[in-house]
Unconditional design. Structure first.
Length: 139
């Protein structure tokens, strides 16, 4: 999705105003695709786990926030962002690849499918003695 310089400019000004979210009158929800993620080989059973996901290549939206839900044995990860048009600064971002922390629900020991934005699927192994978090390397 290619944004005009004006739309980008508007978003950056909103961010500069220290607003984590735009006002609802001039913004649209946006779900960035995942470019990379940190996922341990095995997650700890019966406790929440934290993974990190990095957006693929985003331009001029609010920083992504992550949520995860378990539905019928499938863990669905969603990235949430907004593109706003209520500001006036020039957008100079070419390709933002920001990281979001995502809390996975407590899962019983077993194997699950992890579904990520951009139609990415990963196997998720949950066992006693697994890891409870994972971090991506800094860029």
């Amino acid at each position: 999705m290619q944004l005009s310089r004006t739309a980008c400019a508007l978003v950056l000004a909103a961010l500069a105003a220290a607003s984590a979210r735009c006002n609802g009158n001039s913004c649209v929800d946006y779900s960035p695709a995942v470019g990379s993620l940190c996922l341990p080989d095995t997650l700890q059973a019966d406790q929440k786990s934290i993974i990190e996901v990095r957006e693929s290549c985003n331009q001029c939206s609010t920083p992504p926030q992550c949520s995860a839900t378990l539905i019928n044995g499938v863990v669905n990860v969603e990235l949430h962002s907004q593109i706003c048009s209520d500001t006036q600064t020039v957008c100079t971002a070419i390709c933002l690849q920001r990281t979001a922390r995502c809390t996975l629900p407590a899962l019983a020991a077993g194997d699950y499918t992890l579904v990520l934005p951009g139609t990415l699927l990963r196997a998720l192994r949950v066992r006693e003695g697994g890891e409870s978090s994972c971090q991506l390397p800094a860029q």
